[in-house]
Write a protein that binds this ligand. Structure first.
Ligand code: AR6
Length: 172
């Protein structure tokens, strides 16, 4: 392992993690929804929605940062994953952009740890193995350009998803 490889897999609820930032798999409105987005808004409290209202949305593939309010995480990075339409509409590029742009905020804010959910792997329907490969490859690539790479946690709902990440991390 090189110093750019502080990647771990955790199974459980991302809203409980004590990291500098958790990433939210949001939608373009940034006004909340189901899945991990709903869980984050519930746990953070109404102040999060109020701050998100002031942002005015976020295009697919981009990311925005807010405070974490009642979460243990100080910050929430909201990114909008692509909806899976079969793979011919730039989904892979857009999903990689989510990880890149989230890590750009980690860098610009000087954060030391960040947890990602499996962006687009729920309601947005991205094929899981492909999404996990993009997540791991993109994060690994991006971490190379950090002078002091942050600790990165892949937070998975369920053992099946955690296994996919662990297999992908073991593959070099
Ligand atoms: N902690 C960690 N992972 C979770 C949690 C949690 N508390 N809850 C769900 N997951 P999804 P998407 C997993 O649907 O596909 C929302 O309505 C879940 O099992 O949350 O990017 C937004 O507002 C799955 O593996 O996000 C958007 O409209 C992964 O998180 C839309 O869903 C992502 O599932 C975004 O869809």
């Amino acid at each position: 392992m090189t110093k750019s490889e502080d990647l771990t897999v955790v199974e459980g609820d991302i809203t409980r993690l004590e990291v500098d930032a958790i990433v939210n798999a949001a939608n373009q409105s940034l006004l909340g929804g189901g899945g991990v987005d709903g869980a984050i808004h519930r746990a953070a409290g109404p102040e999060l929605l109020a701050e998100c209202r002031g942002i005015g949305g976020c295009p697919t593939g981009e990311a925005r940062i807010t405070k974490g309010y009642r979460l243990p995480a100080k910050w929430v990075i909201h990114t909008v994953g692509p909806v899976w339409h079969g793979g011919e509409r730039g989904e892979a590029q857009l999903l990689a952009d989510c990880y890149r742009n989230s890590l750009a905020l980690v860098r610009s804010q000087g954060l030391q740890s960040v947890a990602f959910p499996a962006i687009s792997c729920g309601v947005y329907g991205y094929p899981l193995e492909q999404a996990v490969r993009i997540a791991v490859d993109t994060v690994r690539e991006e971490l190379k350009s950090f002078e002091t790479p942050p600790r990165v946690v892949f937070c998975c709902f369920g053992e099946d998803m955690a296994r996919l990440y662990r297999n992908e991390l073991a593959r070099m």
